[in-house]
Design a protein around this ligand. Structure first.
Ligand SMILES: NC(=O)C1=CN([C@@H]2O[C@H](COP(=O)(O)OP(=O)(O)OC[C@H]3O[C@@H](n4cnc5c(N)ncnc54)[C@H](OP(=O)(O)O)[C@@H]3O)[C@@H](O)[C@H]2O)C=CC1
Ligand SMILES: CC(=O)N[C@@H](CCC(=O)OP(=O)(O)O)C(=O)O
Length: 352
């Protein structure tokens, strides 16, 4: 790959929501071209049969999941596949000389036992787990440069840990008191049909799910432990909201010093994220909404230190398919390649 030529990308799981979002975003990337769209169930079919709005930009047919074939057409592979798939396939694609960015949860947790416990699947091989770099860009972006295997973070962990990390790292909140109340739109469940994301189950409804059992709980704790320098446990509850895109994490924790004001926290967060264009910290007294990041790679954060209760409240919003999945995956590719991290991602949110 010469530095001036386009990097060729393949997308496994291209027929799903994360995959098609990668295609949308990469269509505007100046240094990447998608050369292979892959399907495990519809190889040989025209890609656009499933997404007619992409007829002009994707005239090709779907490739089979074949590492040798894909290695002949691509330099990097995005896995936008259900949990458990990249566990089985990553080794073959690495051996074929491809770089990998995995959007699934398979390589995020560094303990095999923890993965098996929360995902109810057999964990990847330890050597591959060790090789995969966890790509939370604004927190650990320096670790991605020059790597060949990135594990892209989960959507809830992205909103949640970007919202909590500066306060935990500074020791301004007690990590043992963290409660996370998170809400997501329905596209987080993927394109496949299931009863819980059926229109009549979601429309004019609001429900909590996977309480104390969500697979993102240990991922959040793993990141916050790096900030705290010791193990952290959190109470994490997810809710399904009748909207297509968006995640809001509302978080609460006890202040370690009631004298610290909202203005102090806004300053702390702004300094922490200085130079990171995709995290926008709101001025005191204003709160972000999911529509304000819709279709964009932004994470918007609002904070309030309440002297009366001695607690911090943080509200953090992202678009689950962009910053929570495909946008951050492209940001990770940029960091991996040593490019500007914002390349191809500097578009404004869709509003209203
Ligand atoms: N949706 C979201 O907001 C987010 C999703 N993610 C993660 O990204 C991944 C993709 O999610 P999403 O796009 O929503 O899911 P979808 O269900 O929409 O798409 C997944 C795709 O994977 C393909 N697939 C299924 N089984 C296999 C297999 N054995 N081998 C190869 N491909 C397979 C399917 O396509 P085909 O049958 O054509 O092969 C399917 O279209 C998941 O791991 C998810 O957890 C992460 C963050 C946010
Ligand atoms: C609505 C809905 O079901 N959302 C999914 C989001 C998970 C996801 O997208 O997967 P990652 O673990 O790869 O981030 C869930 O809560 O499990």
């Amino acid at each position: 790959m010469s530095s001036s030529s386009l990097v060729r990308a393949a997308i496994i799981g291209s027929t799903g929501y994360g995959g098609v979002e990668l295609i949308r975003l990469l269509a505007a990337h100046p240094r990447v071209t998608v050369t292979s769209v892959v399907s495990s169930s519809n190889a040989g079919e025209p890609f656009a049969a499933g997404y007619p709005h992409l007829t002009e930009i994707r005239t090709d047919t779907l490739d089979a999941v074949d590492p040798a074939l894909i290695a002949g057409k691509a330099d990097v592979v995005f896995f936008a596949t259900p949990h458990g798939v990249s566990t089985k396939l990553a080794g073959d694609f690495l051996a074929a000389g491809l770089k990998i960015i995995d959007l699934s949860g398979d390589f995020r947790l560094k303990s095999r036992e923890t993965y098996a416990q929360w995902y109810k699947k057999e964990a990847p091989a330890q050597a591959e787990l060790d090789r995969a770099v966890y790509g939370m860009c604004e927190l650990f972006g320096d670790e991605a440069a020059g790597q060949d295997f990135i594990s892209n973070p989960g959507c809830f962990p992205t909103a949640t840990t970007l919202g909590l990390y500066p306060a935990v790292k500074a020791g301004w909140i007690d990590p043992d008191t963290i409660i996370v109340d998170a809400k997501t739109g329905v596209s987080g469940a993927g394109r496949g049909l299931n009863i819980s994301s059926h229109y009549a189950e979601v429309n004019e409804n609001f429900k909590a799910y996977k309480i104390h059992q969500h697979q993102h709980t240990p991922e959040i704790e793993q990141v916050l432990a790096r900030a705290a320098g010791r193990p952290v446990t959190t109470s994490f509850t997810t809710h399904l909201v009748p909207m297509t895109r968006g995640i809001m994490s509302t978080m609460y924790a006890s202040l370690t010093d009631r004298g610290r004001t909202t203005a102090d926290f806004v300053e702390l967060y702004r300094q922490f994220y200085e130079g990171r264009k995709f995290v926008r910290v709101r001025q005191a007294g204003t709160w972000p909404a999911t529509k304000e990041v819709y279709g964009s790679n932004y994470c918007d954060i609002g904070v309030l230190a309440d002297e009366r209760t001695g607690r911090l409240t943080v509200v953090s919003v992202i678009d689950n398919l962009v910053k929570g999945a495909s946008g951050q995956a492209i940001q990770n590719l940029n960091l991996m390649m040593g490019w500007e991290e914002t390349l191809g991602l500097e578009f404004v949110p869709v509003y209203p």
